[in-house]
Design a protein around this ligand. Structure first.
Ligand SMILES: Nc1ncnc2c1ncn2[C@@H]1O[C@H](COP(=O)(O)OP(=O)(O)OP(=O)(O)O)[C@@H](O)[C@H]1O
Ligand SMILES: [Mg+2]
Length: 298
């Protein structure tokens, strides 16, 4: 696996405020890496440091495992600093200006507009765009130089549900084209829906790091028991809605298929002459922990 970014003991103090403390991270090619944490946990500061906008107090980071930061910087698109679009100019005109500022040529403008779903509206003025469209144009601006890495800070902040869905879909699409994406978010749900890997920050400290499917993947699990466990086990074996089951003698734990729920289990057992004594649904405990962490600083 090709390493894109390595962060070593990165630290940023603003006077008494310890925004980021000894952060260690690695991001690999093709990952959509989420930095998840409540307000003030150090997400933007971290992105600022790896984009050379914020000077670290101590620690280092390395892009693409080569020392040359100027070359590396050209391979990174970001919307940390939201680009300034002119309200009276069209998307095409605005992107021409962005291309000029970035010195990256205008040849990708049409492709980028298609990519972010604004090609049909390309000749409309920026001020007539919805918030979601404006955000998609920002992402388009970051993609103009076709960078292999994209950095996004709270890409769905301030958008309505439709705008949120559009932007998330766009991020997944861009990731599907092989780009590496690093994004900050305070929403567990967003990280779960969009990211492949993530870390959790709290008060500048990393609390957890891992793949989303390993730690947050929705495990659809129920636990059942009845007076006659032998009969229950015999009946459960033929239940089509499960992936696997495990019995410990006093209860049976079922991993259900995605579209199957506890009600279906209950109905199935009842139809087969079993009245359940216990029917417990499980939510991932890690997920509960994260929600607690995220709520604490709300
Ligand atoms: N320029 C600055 N001067 C002083 N303190 C700062 C500065 N920038 C950030 N901080 C402080 O550093 C801490 C981390 O801030 P940061 O913006 O990185 O958090 P965040 O996780 O991005 O939060 P949010 O979810 O609200 O965007 C906060 O306590 C913040 O007040
Ligand atoms: Mg922030």
């Amino acid at each position: 696996m090709e390493r894109i970014l390595k962060i070593n003991s990165l630290t940023k103090h603003f006077g008494r405020i310890h925004a980021v403390n000894n952060l260690e991270l690695e991001v690999f090619k093709g990952q959509v890496f989420g930095i998840l944490g409540p307000n003030g946990s150090g997400k933007t500061t971290t992105l600022g440091m790896i984009l050379d906008v914020v000077a670290p107090t101590s620690g280092t980071f390395r892009w693409f495992d080569d020392g040359c930061t100027v070359e590396a910087r050209k391979k990174i698109g970001s919307i940390l600093e939201t680009p300034c679009f002119y309200p009276y100019l069209t998307a095409v005109q605005n992107l021409r200006i962005t291309a000029h500022i970035k010195q990256c040529g205008t040849q990708n403008i049409d492709a980028v507009l298609k990519q972010v779903g604004l090609y049909d509206r390309r000749n409309d003025r920026f001020k007539t765009y919805s918030l979601g469209m404006k955000q998609r144009l920002s992402i388009g601006a970051a993609l103009l130089s076709d960078p292999p890495v994209l950095i996004l800070d709270e890409p769905t902040n301030g958008l309505d549900p439709e705008g949120i869905a559009e932007v998330r879909e766009l991020i997944r699409k861009i990731a599907g084209e092989g780009k590496t994406i690093i994004m900050a978010s305070h929403l567990l749900d967003e990280v779960q829906k969009v990211c492949t890997h993530f870390c959790v920050l709290r008060k500048g400290f990393k609390l957890h790091e891992g793949s989303v499917s390993d730690t947050l993947g929705e495990i659809n699990k129920v636990e059942v028991s009845s007076e006659d466990m032998a009969k229950l086990e015999a009946v459960i074996q033929d239940f089509k809605g499960m992936v696997s089951y495990q019995s410990n003698g006093s209860a049976i734990e079922l991993i259900l298929k995605d579209d199957v729920n506890a009600i279906a289990v209950n109905n199935y057992c009842f139809e087969n002459g079993i009245t359940l004594k216990k029917l417990l649904t499980h939510t991932n405990t890690l997920e509960k922990e994260f929600l607690k962490i995220l709520r604490e600083n709300d």
